[in-house]
Design a protein around this ligand. Structure first.
Ligand SMILES: *[C@@H]1O[C@H](CO)[C@@H](O)[C@H](O)[C@H]1NC(C)=O
Ligand SMILES: *[C@@H]1O[C@H](CO)[C@@H](O)[C@H](O)[C@H]1NC(C)=O
Length: 666
């Protein structure tokens, strides 16, 4: 009684009653990120729920996000898929476009909008080389729904139209559908490519009309139509809406197989083994992708597809969603190896990539489709299974990799490139599914948590929405937060809606002026080791790639994958790392990232930034050094100086080595 009258009072006066009840962000950042906490502190959205694994994986996923931010220097940041270089990336950036949708999906919930903004600019001005299919235009729209920044969302509309139209080379006008080789759909060894090889292989080949590429292009067309709408370009909107409608109609007419009650591929290829326009002979998880983008109509027939997703003899593996059903002749047959390690295949393994898409699809189904097949309990169970895949085997170590055995949940590939793979989403699933924020373009916030009684509480806060910070809290019995039982929504710390029971809330939400993006530019980045300037040299550990690693724009502290310049074992106490800019360059501060594994690698005990004076290295003027931190950023400022070379001098503990993960000058 007293509590509710206080609540009414607070609501009327617009006062914050969040008080100290919210999450202790700085303690949480310290707990999960240690010395690297300052990077996360004011950027990430914070979350907890009654399931500790979901909470822990949330913060692990922010670590993945941070580790995959590659600084390109003047071009800003991109998100990478692999932490380190792979042979098929787009040089010199190291970008790949197949997982861009996940990268942007996660990045839209980071309050530092620079990461997704720089990345979209990179992709839409040449970075998206159509190496793989993608839904980047839909990602631009999705990002707009969260930040409401019209200029940022629409500035590359012309490039989007060009990119969209370039896919004509994969469009069959007689069928009105797009086709693709599974490898270029980022899903090698699916039924179409294996069967088109007569069961002999399936890495390449198998061109087919797939639910994936057609759903992506549907979503891209819708996105262009809506983005053009923001600029009042009614003709463009009409044009792209018509294209979307045609794709939708053709997917429903031609890719729905009523025998399988599932959307499945039809062959484009015509050869000794398969015939043009025949259906493939089994169900694949890719068949639910139309719902990831709200393509299918409401119909109990289409919704019946989800029975196969829930059936443990079909797509529902004991440890995660299978990509192909066990009834397929070549289910889980391993064709490709690197050395003795099995390589990536999509003929059964659980892929976080498609699990994310399936969970997004399921949340759309639960949120706004008329259906009676899938329940919140199914959603939470699958989310929980996916959460558990992030753990290495049965241990408590978090290390997400490419794909997994459906029966055991063990990682399959396990190559040097595999750790902490960013080829899927998680933050976005929690935000739009479990918490249930359904981002909108208008001046409302809509929240529909997809939970069961198993989730007794959750709270997300410091999440960006329309220029504000939003918090959403659920406390089943009021015991967690002591603010009464139920659901509540806070805007910049002020309670704007509550409900004692779980239900959808749609609340007026005036947008706030958007704060510009701060873009400090590192001047010391060398994208590839074979380019001229900037260039590094070092006191020991002089192998070209080893030296390059400290200025390659990559910062992570995971021990599983080496990153940075390593001094030699048994090297002298005094070590240095010099950058030659090639010409006079104005600098006034540096960020130093040192690694410490508690064993042979230790952070230096002292350091100094030095410049050449009459042929001698001397300390740069006005240095304000912060204390050395390991596995985090050590900041140093100095008098703004024009230099063509700059040296970081370091004192390493005797008998130890130094790993300079990265040094950046600004
Ligand atoms: C579904 O696909 C199979 C081939 O896998 C085919 O035999 C069957 O006729 C198809 N069903 C319909 C209704 O077209
Ligand atoms: C399905 O029906 C629901 C409820 O009437 C509606 O909100 C939703 O927009 C419909 N979805 C589609 C794809 O037509």
């Amino acid at each position: 009684m007293l509590y509710s009258s206080l609540l009414v009072l607070a609501l009327q006066s617009g006062l914050s009653i969040t008080g100290k009840r919210g999450l202790d962000n700085s303690a949480i950042a310290k707990k999960y990120f240690g010395n690297d906490a300052p990077w996360y502190q004011d950027r990430i959205a914070y979350f907890e729920c009654s399931d500790p694994q979901i909470t822990d994986v949330w913060y692990y996923r922010w670590k993945i996000f941070r580790a995959h931010q590659r600084d390109l220097g003047a071009k800003g940041y991109i998100s990478t898929e692999f932490l380190d270089d792979v042979g098929w990336q787009l040089q010199p950036w190291a970008s790949l476009n197949d997982a861009t949708g996940f990268h942007i999906g996660e990045g839209r919930w980071n309050r530092d909008r620079r990461f997704k903004d720089d990345y979209l600019r990179h992709m839409l001005t040449g970075g998206d080389d159509r190496h793989f299919t993608d839904y980047i235009m839909d990602s631009v729209w999705g990002s707009y729904l969260v930040d409401n920044d019209v200029p940022s969302a629409t500035q590359y509309l012309d490039q989007m139209k060009t990119l969209f139209n370039a896919w004509k080379d994969h469009f069959d006008t007689s069928k009105g559908l797009y086709w693709v080789e599974p490898l270029l759909d980022a899903t090698e060894y699916t039924i179409s490519s294996i069967d088109a090889s007569g069961g002999q292989d399936g890495f390449t080949g198998g061109d087919s009309f797939r639910p994936s590429v057609n759903s992506y292009m549907y979503a891209n067309a819708k996105a262009i139509a809506k983005l053009a709408g923001l600029l009042n370009q009614a003709d463009v909107t009409a044009d792209y809406n018509a294209r979307a409608a045609a794709i939708k109609s053709n997917v429903q007419k031609s890719l729905w197989n009523s025998t399988f009650s599932h959307f499945i591929d039809r062959y484009k290829v015509d050869n000794d083994y398969v015939n043009y326009w025949d259906f493939i002979r089994g169900r694949e998880l890719v068949g639910v992708l139309p719902w990831t983008f709200d393509l299918p109509d409401n119909s109990s027939e289409y919704a019946s597809s989800w029975k196969h997703v829930l059936n443990s003899n079909e797509l529902a593996g004991p440890k995660g969603l299978r990509t192909v059903e066990p009834s397929y002749q070549y289910y889980m047959k391993q064709y490709r190896y690197e050395g003795s390690r099995p390589e990536c295949q999509w003929n059964g393994p659980v892929w976080p990539f498609q699990t994310t898409q399936a969970l997004l699809a399921m949340s759309n189904l639960l949120d706004h489709y008329q259906q009676s097949v899938v329940t919140n309990a199914d959603y939470i169970r699958n989310l929980k299974q996916y959460t558990q895949l992030h753990y290495q085997g049965s241990s408590s170590t978090l290390n997400l990799q490419e794909d997994y055995y459906p029966d055991t949940g063990e990682a399959i590939v396990g190559l040097a490139r595999s750790p902490h793979y960013f080829h899927s989403g998680y933050i976005d699933l929690i935000m739009t599914g479990l918490v249930g924020i359904r981002p909108r373009a208008d001046d409302f916030i809509e929240i529909n948590p997809l939970i069961t009684s198993a989730i007794t509480y959750f709270r997300v806060e410091q999440a960006p929405y329309h220029g504000t910070n939003v918090a959403v809290q659920w406390d089943a019995d009021g015991s967690r937060y002591g603010q009464g039982a139920g659901l509540r929504v806070e805007r910049d710390g002020v309670v704007i809606a509550t409900s004692p029971t779980l239900k959808r809330l749609v609340v007026p939400y005036q947008k706030k002026a958007i704060i510009g993006i701060n873009r400090p530019i590192a001047k010391s980045i060398q994208l590839q080791s074979n380019t001229n300037y900037p260039k590094g040299t070092a006191s020991s550990g002089t192998d070209v790639e080893n030296v390059h690693d400290a200025i390659d724009g990559r910062v992570w502290f995971f021990p599983e994958l080496v990153n940075g310049w390593n001094s030699d074992a048994n090297s002298a106490t005094n070590q240095w790392y010099t950058i030659d800019f090639g010409s006079a360059t104005q600098i006034s501060r540096a960020e130093l990232a040192f690694f410490d594994n508690g064993n042979d690698f230790r952070a230096p005990t002292a350091y100094s930034i030095q410049v050449l004076s009459n042929g001698n290295w001397v300390d740069i003027g006005g240095q304000q050094k912060s204390a050395v931190v390991a596995n985090g950023i050590t900041n140093v400022q100095f008098t703004s100086t024009s230099v063509s070379q700059v040296r970081l001098a370091m004192t390493q503990p005797s008998g130890k080595r130094t790993r300079l993960v990265e040094v950046k000058y600004f």
